[in-house]
Design a protein around this ligand. Structure first.
Ligand SMILES: C[S@@+](CC[C@H](N)C(=O)[O-])C[C@H]1O[C@@H](n2cnc3c(N)ncnc32)[C@H](O)[C@@H]1O
Length: 273
């Protein structure tokens, strides 16, 4: 404990963290030498990492605009990342000021910057839960979540660029985790998700897995069929599974400026019947 009786958080600045590597790719300032070195290694085998990160983030922007525009008023965003404006609540509350947003991440540095995520509109509400997606029941039972969201009403769940950090080993199973989250939400809820894939450039993606493993983070990229399975039982919304920049692009030209191998990621939204 510190002098002020606050818990001491170890930000582990000597080791690369996925949130800070992603922040670097997005042009943010919340990254340190270890993160930038890992990011440099990724760029040497996958030079389009900056583009891939940007189109992933822009998928979140468009998905949130679409969902808030279709009437969703409650959002649960797991694997939120270091705040990077516009954040999900900026977009959702820009359309529906009464929107309620719960953010979750397991990286202490996201917690350290969570104040930026808690700047809600007066009419709406935002909350932050420091938690690991490997404990979905814990997230669903978190007091901050239950104070903010009414789980009897539809919730827009987002798991953007998150589940490839969950490897399928003995006890943990990415699909079982997502199934637990889906089961807790009522009809009309949605799942927006993006996920890196080895389908287009397996060699580069294998090298990325090795780089992250060297930095202490395990990754599992998944095929289109494995990605599709996350949505089992829910209705995919048009256009179905797409590359992030091809999911309802704002302008037709936006869908063609990045190749499949440069994007290396799938995105989709589905609704619970
Ligand atoms: C690549 S960033 C994506 C951020 C944001 N969702 C987006 O798409 O712009 C992945 C985030 O997931 C978080 N993360 C990784 N593993 C996690 C876990 N097991 N539980 C919760 N968050 C996790 C990381 O800390 C990081 O902030």
């Amino acid at each position: 404990m510190s002098d002020r009786n606050e818990p001491v958080v170890d930000l582990q600045l000597d080791r690369a963290h996925s949130s800070r590597i992603y922040d670097y790719f997005l042009g943010g300032k919340t990254n340190f030498l270890a993160d930038r070195m890992a990011a440099g290694s990724v760029l040497s085998v996958f030079p389009s990492a900056l583009v891939a990160a940007r189109i992933n983030r822009e998928f979140m922007h468009r998905a949130t605009r679409f969902l808030a525009g279709s009437g969703m008023r409650q959002f649960l965003d797991i694997g939120t990342g270091i705040p990077t404006p516009p954040n999900l609540h900026d977009i959702a509350q820009g359309i529906a000021p009464e929107a309620r947003v719960v953010y979750t991440d397991n990286d202490p540095i996201v917690l350290a910057h969570a104040a930026a995520l808690l700047l809600s509109t007066h009419e709406g509400r935002t909350a932050y839960v420091q938690a690991d997606v490997n404990d979905p029941a814990g997230i669903l039972a978190a007091p901050q979540l239950l104070d903010t969201l009414d789980l009897r009403k539809p919730v827009a769940l987002s798991l953007n660029a998150l589940m490839h950090f969950v490897t399928d080993d003995g006890r943990r199973r990415a699909h079982a985790i997502v199934d637990t989250l889906k089961a807790a939400l009522p009809s009309g809820s949605t799942l927006a998700m993006s996920h890196a894939t080895p389908d287009f450039d397996p060699e580069a993606m294998h090298k990325i897995i090795d780089i992250y493993r060297g930095a202490g983070t395990t990754l599992q990229f998944r095929s289109r069929a494995e990605f599709l399975r996350f949505f089992d039982g829910w209705e995919l919304l048009e256009p179905g599974v797409a590359l992030p920049h091809q999911w309802r692009p704002d302008h037709p030209g936006d869908a063609t400026h990045v190749t499949d191998a440069e994007a290396a990621c799938y995105a989709a939204i589905a609704r619970k019947p």
